[in-house]
Design a protein around this ligand. Structure first.
Ligand SMILES: *Cc1c(COP(=O)(O)O)cnc(C)c1O
Length: 372
């Protein structure tokens, strides 16, 4: 029986290291509600991500949902967004009573197309919600100019983009607000978790966010907002502190995995490898491959790999406007690039501990059906 290779595998610190960092939390019996570990973790994040303000949440989705909620847009307002993303992005709009306006993506990064964003603006538009897909940054400068010109809020789903930099600038500095997911399957994790980053000049504007996260309490007897419970707990913050000590090594190991994939698959007819542009310091979050005119199609390759105990993922499929809960309303919007990518893409296994032999085994299976 061949060894099973999953699409991802969580990075784990040494157990002793986790326990050592956890000990003061254990002794204090302060387990949630922004204890010492959460505050220490937020300070470390501010420095690592090179951003001004950081707030931690129970998970990435609620972080995004609460962040949008905190802006109190009028019901039915339009948010221009991408369908080539996790359903979380679209849900965060719709669950806030807002209307997603889907526009297509660019073929080389599969991030939102700024020209189409501009064309989709109406008097009801209040925000742009874009995703840095696979950690590939959106066209941040162009989107900022569009947002400024039309007085729109620019929000990034940066769930994939922890540690990414553009021209040396931390990705969380772009736009009004960014959400990073720290779920167990992401590059950097806190078991479950989400991080919102924003600028100090917006502290007051986003102040409701810090109350909405905790039922809307502004003090023990004042409930100012119809809030929710979306707090990160102290065990998660401790996991974050410990994992942050190792994140650079983890990303360096992922880079080696990507380099081996590139070496084996680059230039093969019918296989398109996506890469970030040269000004980007990438985090090697995923290894997306498009099968376009290869000997087998994407679904057949996924099937073939699974017979060898190798589990690649169709990510993203379906595009969100075609999800069962949205297809009746948004199924026929015109997004041909996103639709086509979702038919062709497979993300291959990618994690820090994936060995060179494992990458070779995966590539051998893919290349075994190659026709010259
Ligand atoms: C994982 C992910 C989310 C949701 O984050 P959770 O922490 O799992 O709630 C949102 N958007 C994108 C693009 C994601 O990949």
């Amino acid at each position: 029986m061949e060894k099973r290779i999953n699409v991802t595998r969580s990075s784990m610190p040494e157990l002793d290291e986790y326990i050592e960092e956890l000990r003061p939390v254990w002794e204090s019996r302060w387990l949630s509600n922004r204890g010492a570990a959460s505050i220490k973790f937020e300070n470390m994040l501010r420095s690592y991500l090179d951003v001004e303000e950081v707030y931690c949440f129970a998970n990435g989705h609620v972080a995004l949902e609460v962040a949008i909620n905190s802006l109190f847009f009028p019901a039915g307002s339009e948010v221009i967004t991408t369908p080539y993303t996790h359903c979380s992005t679209t849900h965060a709009i719709v669950r806030n009573g807002l209307k997603p306006v889907f526009v297509d993506v660019e073929p080389h990064t599969l991030t939102i197309d700024p020209d189409l964003v501009e064309q989709a603006i109406t008097e009801k538009t209040v925000a742009i919600l874009a995703t840095h897909v696979y950690g590939f940054p959106c066209q941040v400068e162009r989107l900022q100019r569009i947002a400024d010109e039309h007085h729109l809020t620019l929000i990034y789903d940066a769930a994939h983009a922890f540690g990414v930099r553009v021209n040396g600038v931390g990705i969380g500095n772009y736009g009004d607000l960014s959400m990073f997911s720290t779920h167990a399957t992401k590059v950097f994790h806190t078991i479950e978790g989400g991080i919102v980053t924003y600028k100090s000049c917006d502290l007051e504007r986003f102040d409701p966010m810090n109350k909405l996260v905790n039922f809307g309490f502004s003090s023990p007897e004042d409930i100012d907002y119809v809030g929710t419970n979306a707090r990160m707990n102290e065990f998660e913050a401790v996991m974050g502190i410990v994992n942050l000590h190792h994140i650079d090594e983890e990303i360096a190991k992922r880079k080696k995995v990507a380099e081996q994939y590139w070496k084996r698959l680059e230039g093969v007819r019918g296989i398109i490898l996506l890469r970030p542009s040269s000004e980007v310091k990438w985090n090697y979050a995923y290894f997306p491959v498009l099968f376009d005119g290869y000997a087998l199609d994407r679904n057949q390759i996924q099937q073939l790999l699974s017979t060898h105990q190798i589990y690649a993922r169709k990510y993203f499929f379906p595009i969100t406007n075609e999800a069962k809960c949205y297809v009746d309303t948004y199924g026929d919007v015109c997004v041909p690039v996103a639709r086509s990518a979702a038919q062709k893409v497979l993300t291959l296994p990618m994690y820090a501990d994936l060995s060179r032999d494992d990458v070779d085994r995966i590539c051998d299976v893919i290349l075994s059906v190659r026709k010259e």
